[in-house]
Design a binder for this molecule. Structure first.
Ligand code: IPE
Ligand code: IPE
Ligand code: MG
Length: 257
């Protein structure tokens, strides 16, 4: 009834939040005899295409993994180039994002970034905060282990101060203390470049995300690939530990057991 072979509703699973691990910029550039940074520069156009794809599918949240807490292990020239690109692109894209109704938000340890990068982020968030067509969340100097460590510290602090009782801590309490607290969990998580791992991205939040892995390198990612990921997602049987697709059951489309 609802397997990947076919029969499903016209729309399939509802899709609110797509998260993407944008990977493969370096390999894309090296394959062309260019420096890795050239791949990152080309990747900016793919970000624009992903935003267009998200809007075409009426996605409400799009989270993009731009820089992990482990990416500081890269050569300093690449890090400097990436940071400059991030700051410049953020500033350059704001007018278009504003015009498109995109609200830009950043998650991650921003305190470790340069003043220039932090200022461009703060300005972009401020200028787009009234928009509500799409929330674009950039994970910058982000990792799940960093996030979960911060959350743990905060809860321990509250317990010590007596503002929270350890016995009252629930999954909801944890969620509310993560940097992603304002957003729903991703429904669909895409990773490009043929790598099959999470690389410290949204470990808690992706507990029930549907994964889509593609060989396409990030600079080649386009709306057609976004469409393919969404089409695959729509047909997935999301059970959340239950026995059948809850959404279709609600719509009265599952036959009685
Ligand atoms: C993804 O591309 C961008 C970032 C991690 C910043 P990579 O730079 O990881 O490209 P590959 O994986 O080395 O090809
Ligand atoms: C994950 O890609 C981080 C981002 C896309 C920002 P990496 O290229 O850093 O991941 P690994 O090192 O291959 O796992
Ligand atoms: Mg990579």
């Amino acid at each position: 009834m609802n397997n990947e072979a076919g029969n499903t509703t016209a729309q399939g699973n509802p899709l609110k939040h797509v998260a993407i691990i944008m990977d493969g910029n370096g390999r894309w550039a090296r394959a062309r005899g260019e420096a890795r940074l050239y791949g990152h520069m080309q990747g900016v156009e793919s970000v624009r295409r992903a935003i267009r794809g998200a809007m075409a599918h009426r996605v409400e949240y799009l989270t993009l993994y731009a820089f992990s807490t482990e990416n500081w292990r890269r050569p300093q020239t690449e890090i400097d180039g990436l940071m400059e690109l991030l700051a410049d692109s953020t500033v350059r894209e704001v007018p278009e994002l504003k015009a498109q109704g995109v609200r830009l938000q950043f998650i991650g340890d921003l305190s470790a970034l340069s003043a220039t990068v932090r200022e461009s982020i703060a300005a972009a968030e401020r200028e787009t905060r009234e928009n509500n067509r799409l929330t674009l969340i950039i994970a910058l100097n982000y990792s799940s282990r960093w996030e979960i460590t911060c959350m743990t510290r905060e809860l321990a602090r509250k317990a010590v101060h007596g503002t929270i009782s350890p016995d009252e801590i629930t999954a909801g309490t944890v969620e509310n203390h993560l940097v992603t607290a304002p957003y729903p969990d991703p429904d669909l998580l895409i990773r490009t470049s043929g790598e099959y791992r999470l690389s410290n991205f949204l470990l808690w939040q992706a507990a029930y995300s549907e994964f889509y892995f593609t060989e396409v390198l990030w600079p080649d990612f386009d709306e057609a690939e976004f469409d393919r990921a969404v089409a695959a997602y729509r047909l997935r049987d999301r059970r959340f530990g239950g026995v059948k697709n809850l959404y279709r059951e609600k719509a009265g489309e599952c036959p009685p057991e």
